[in-house]
Write a protein that binds this ligand. Structure first.
Ligand code: ZN
Length: 259
């Protein structure tokens, strides 16, 4: 059977990770520069209590900021609850690698279904009482346990994502959404990130969409901050339309598997 596609313009999604009251200061100059470019919707991955000492609910100025961003057409996404991995210490070499060397931020990597459900519901509640619409959840470091996946199937959410896909919920139908992300902690990593990202952007030239995934640490170095602003500008000049993740998802064809 022939698939019928409505041709969508190519797009770019600007996604800010680890958004919390204390990281807003990192992002502020960058966001002001993006706002100055025109009407560019941003997707903000918000952490309700970043590292257990930065509660959104204790930060009225931040809440007002998020409201004003929503009014501009931006999207807020739930990004973990504490963001850090606070489960009991890893006991196997594989778990040690994933949870201490690869990242300390895999909050949803070890949770069972009950724990994941509890934490997701607590996050959803923060959005609810702030009157923030919520469609998506992104696990910190994109690490999801099977329990987390089961919990997500039970909740009123539209999608989750990893580094290269969006997944419709509750069925986890995968949609390609390639991304560029930096590891900006050291000068060597920033240098490498630039080389890899330039290569990746060329490779993605014809991709339907490109997700730009920014982190607060990227904003603390002129080299990486400039890279992101120039890349965004270049992609827009190449005719890509800036969209939020949920807006983009809503424009993807619903393909049902022929089961
Ligand atoms: Zn994160």
């Amino acid at each position: 059977m022939a698939e019928h596609y409505v041709r969508q313009p190519r797009s770019v999604m600007l996604v800010l990770h680890d958004v919390a009251p204390q990281t807003w200061e990192d992002y502020r100059p960058f966001v002001e520069a993006v706002d100055a470019l025109g009407d560019i919707p941003i997707t903000w991955l918000v952490v309700p209590d970043f590292h257990k000492h930065d509660r959104v609910d204790a930060a009225p100025a931040f809440q007002r900021l998020m409201h004003s961003r929503l009014a501009r057409g931006d999207e807020l996404v739930l990004h973990g609850y504490f963001h850090c991995d606070d489960s009991p210490a890893p006991r196997t070499p594989q778990a040690f690698f994933m949870r201490r060397i690869y990242t300390w931020e895999g909050e949803f990597y070890t949770l069972d279904q009950r724990q994941a459900l509890q934490r997701l519901e607590a996050g959803i509640e923060v959005f609810r009482h702030n009157d923030w619409p919520l469609h998506g959840f992104v696990a910190p470091a994109w690490l999801m346990s099977e329990g987390t996946r089961q919990a997500l199937r039970q909740l009123p959410l539209d999608y989750t994502s990893d580094a290269q896909h969006l997944y419709r919920l509750p069925d986890f139908h995968a949609i390609d959404a390639p991304g560029i992300v930096w590891s900006a902690r050291s000068a060597v990593r920033r240098g490498l990130s630039k080389i890899i990202s330039d290569h990746r952007e060329a490779h993605l030239h014809n991709a339907a969409t490109i997700r730009l995934g920014l982190h607060p640490v990227d904003m603390r170095h002129e080299f990486s901050r400039r890279y992101w602003l120039q890349t965004l500008t270049r992609l827009l000049e190449n005719g890509r339309e800036p969209v939020t993740k949920f807006t983009w998802l809503q424009h993807q064809p619903l393909i049902r598997s022929a089961a």
